[in-house]
Structure formats: C-alpha cells, structure tokens
Design a binder for this molecule. Sequence first.
Ligand code: FAD
Ligand code: EPU
Length: 343
Amino acid sequence: MPSPIDIKEKVYLSPYNTMGIQAVADFFVEVHSVSELKVALRYSKTNALRTMILGGGSNVLFTTDFKGLVILNRIEGVEIVSDSDQEVILKAGAGENWHELVLYCVDKGYGGIENLSLIPGTVGAAPIQNIGAYGVELVDVFVELELLDRESEDIRTLSKSECNFGYRDSVFKRELKDKVIITSVTLKLSKSGNPNYEYASLKQNLKSKGIDEPTIKQVSDAVIEVRQSKLPDPDEIGNTGSFFKNPVIPVFQYDELKQTFPDLPGYPVTERQVKVPAGWLIEKAGWKGKRNGNAGVHDKQALVLVNHGNATGEELLELAGLIQGSVKEKFEINLIPEVNLIN
Ligand code: FAD
Ligand code: EPU
C-alpha cells in the first residue's frame, strides 16, 4: 500500500523560501520518504501538473506564482556506511538539514565539511550547485548519490564523475535539470583532524584568536563567525546568499581591467582564466547598500540581494537586471545568476 500524502491547495510559499517571496503554489505536499515522493509524482502525472522539488528554499527566486505541485523534500536519515581508523563513509537523506549534518560531523570528529558550516538548505540540494565556501566544495568529500528518475521512477546511483561538478555547477543544472530528484548523498570524511584553513578571511579570524593549528571544531566556529559578520540572516532579512556567480574571465581581459582598476582582486582558475569577485564589481558599480523599491543590495556584501519586505520576485529580477547592466557597462563583464529562477 502506498503511504497517503497530504496534498494542499493554494499554499503561500513565503515560509518555504529564504527570500521571503509571497508566491502561491497551486498544490503543495511535504514528503518524508521515497515511497511518498513516488506517490506525489504519480499524482502530478495523473493530474498533468508541473512539479518542482524544494529543499530549504535558500537558492530559489519565485518570479511568479507556481502553477503546479511543489514537493517539499523532508526525506531524513543519517547512516554510517563504513568506519575505519582513517575515514568514515556517511549516507544522508536528501531532506536532512545541511548545517545540522555539518555540526553532527564536527561533533564526531569527522573532518571535511567544517568549512561548509552554516550554509542553509538541505543535503539533497548541495550537489545541485556543488556548494562551496572558504576553500572547500562538496565535490571534495563527495562519493555518490541516489536519485529518482522522474520519468521512469527508477532509483539510480550517480558517481562523482557522472555528476560533472564545477564551480557552482553540476549535471543537475544542465542535462538532468528537472529530470531527477536526489534522495540521498554519500560523503567520505576524514578522521585525521587535518582541516583546511587557507582562505584569507578564515586564516585571519583564527590568527586574531591566536590559533595556529586549529581543530575542525575551531575551523567550523571561525567559518560561522566570518559568515555572520557579513552575510545577512534570512530570519532577519530575506535573501538567497550570493545572487550571482563570481565571473570567470580570460587573463588578457583581467590584465586590461587591472590597468584601469589596479585593486581589482582576481584568483587564477586555470592558466588562461581568472575568477573575479562579483561583490567587488557590484560595489564599484555603486550598488552596495542601494535600494530599488522593496528590493535591495546588502550593505555588508554587495553580492547578496535582499528583500526589505514584501518585495516580489519581479522586483528582485528588475534590480538584478539593473546591476547586470551597470557591471556590463563599467567592466564589460556579464554577471550570471547563481540563484535558481522559478516561474
Ligand atoms: P532549494 O533552494 O530548495 O533548491 C535549490 C534548487 O535545487 C532548486 O532548483 C530545486 O528545485 C533544486 N533541488 C532542491 N532539492 C533537490 C533535490 N533533492 N533533487 C533535485 N533537485 C533539488 N551556497 C553555497 O554554495 N555557498 C555558500 O556559502 C552559501 N551561502 C548562503 C548563505 C545564505 C544566507 C543563503 C540564504 C544561501 C547561501 N547559499 C550558499 C545558497 C544555498 O544555501 C545553497 O545553494 C543550498 O544548497 C540550497 O539548498 P536548499 O535545500 O535551500 O535548495
Ligand atoms: N568584496 C567586495 N565588496 C563586497 C563583497 C565582496 O569588495 O561587497 C570583495 C571582498 O573584499 C573579497 C572578495 O570580494 O576580496 C570576496 O568576498 P568574499 O570572501 O565575501 O566571497 P565572495 O566571493 O563574495 C564567495 C561565495 C560565497 C561563499 C564565500 C566564501 C560565490 C558566488 N559566492 O563569495 O557563497 O560563502 O565566497 O567562500 O562564489 C553563495 O554561494 O550563496 C555564497 C554565499
């Protein structure tokens, strides 16, 4: 017998997206298991409904009401697959809260994801953009994931190479976009207690506390402090973290720009490409702390767009477009949204 699911109609999505957009979903259901997820998908097929899967709603912008079924993923469970003196292989349900998983690992002494502390959202969304922060990306600890193919309803396992991870990128933003639902993620964590703390602001935070050889707990605490000092808390003001990706430009363009803007930061990606911080470009284009109606640019981090209250998805898109136009005009650089635009 399939488990019963509770499909609601006309549900406000503001509690389910960290930008706090007041969009309405025609249909809405919360699922706690793969079998419930299958029932929800069958319901959408039977009723010819578009569907979307939502985790913590921390990387989506609803640009209008959602005409279809929103499936809220709350598939839980954390399982130790193998455990040796050196490492632990851990499998987590896609609906688990990411930061709570990080805290659990830090507490147990499993290293590898402490730099990804305090990233909002669910485990199942982490592979979508290969979450990253403070010198670490999901790909660094990733083993494999399980997914449900929406069309065939088969469960499949995808290896790291099949996920095709890149900077804020994966196969799930490309070939498999809207075709699969991730149901669990498996990670390999280290017991060596050898954290990575090379990222400048992280190192600086640790140094200011007189810590030369931090534990994974100290790295996690430092990441949390650095993040809290510049990123707005979605419980206080709506936002989705970085709204745009950091652009990767050719070295020759970077060298040219440096002549006009000598303090332009840049991080080599390959011999021919340099990543430049979009926050810097947006700030220099004069947008930091600015407002356009109810939508605004955060005053401590120009890469974060915020909802000052009752902003619509359209208002945020309009502001994003104005920023893209200014940055293009001043630097000849195209900013690409990191946030997933949902219509
Ligand atoms: P959602 O917003 O619910 O979904 C995002 C996309 O993934 C949607 O397209 C959705 O349909 C799809 N999706 C969700 N779950 C699944 C699934 N199980 N299967 C298939 N598709 C799915 N990101 C970083 O990388 N680094 C950061 O440092 C960072 N900092 C942030 C700080 C703040 C304050 C905020 C608000 C966001 C930040 N983010 C950061 C972005 C965000 O937290 C991550 O992208 C996170 O992984 C999104 O998880 P979610 O569950 O909220 O995804
Ligand atoms: N900067 C400015 N002005 C600003 C913001 C930033 O000049 O208003 C400059 C900083 O001075 C620094 C550089 O830009 O030299 C980088 O800033 P920061 O360390 O804050 O990182 P970021 O590049 O803006 C990226 C990620 C974040 C992640 C941090 C830490 C992207 C798109 N964003 O931000 O991820 O937490 O690095 O690793 O890659 C997210 O994806 O939602 C997110 C928050």
